[in-house]
Write a protein that binds this ligand. Sequence first.
Ligand code: UDP
Length: 242
Amino acid sequence: MAVRVDVLGVAFDNVTLDEAAARAMELLDREGPHMAATPNPEIVQCAQKDRELAAILAEADLVIPDGVGVVYAAKILGRPLKGRVAGIDFASALMGRMAETGRRLFLLGAAPGVAEEAAANLQAAHPGLVVCGTHDGYFKEDGPVARKIREARADVVFVCLGFPKQEKWIAAHGEETGARLLIGLGGSLDVFAGRVERAPERFQKLGLEWLYRLARQPSRIGRMAKLPLFLVSAAWARIRGR
Ligand code: UDP
């Protein structure tokens, strides 16, 4: 396995979108559970304080850099990554391959009704894709949810509970689900369901998806204000030779 790139405590796989999807498909050939994570700068900052999350990410089978912030920080640290792989693009590339090979997908998370709407849209977008089940993300007991996934004979589960809940859920219950690959994908189901709009392509290409989101949802300013600090801490780490 290739050496990972450490970005402020989280080790990332240095992969393009295609390479990430190909690696995920390889994981499906082996008995699970495997875990894929899509950390953005907020998750990296969370892992600096949350030891449990940090340990889970260190054990994950695939860790892809979701967000230009991670890519900038890697560059500042002098360990450049090939580029950003947005979690949602990774999920889409993987679903394309799953549709061709008959692999089964379970959608877990978001408000009641969202996963079902996402399933309908995804099956239309990826002809042949098997969505074998759905469950909302506001459940009290974990056991019945894990059982439902097992009974659906899912190969892949998109776990969309927000961080760090989704990563901890995968670590604690992945095995019970019987799935081969579980992926933490944040708010992706809201986007797949068409409830949250993704930034237009020209913003994505410029690496300015965050700016578009901020303009649409100014309340995110508190969350985003941490991003410059993230880059500053990368610069400090470089200067100190870490
Ligand atoms: N969510 C959930 N269960 C919870 C808390 C959150 O299913 O107990 C869902 C929420 O409805 C949303 C997603 O998790 O669909 C988190 O979205 P957000 O955009 O905040 O996540 P990010 O992508 O920034 O991690």
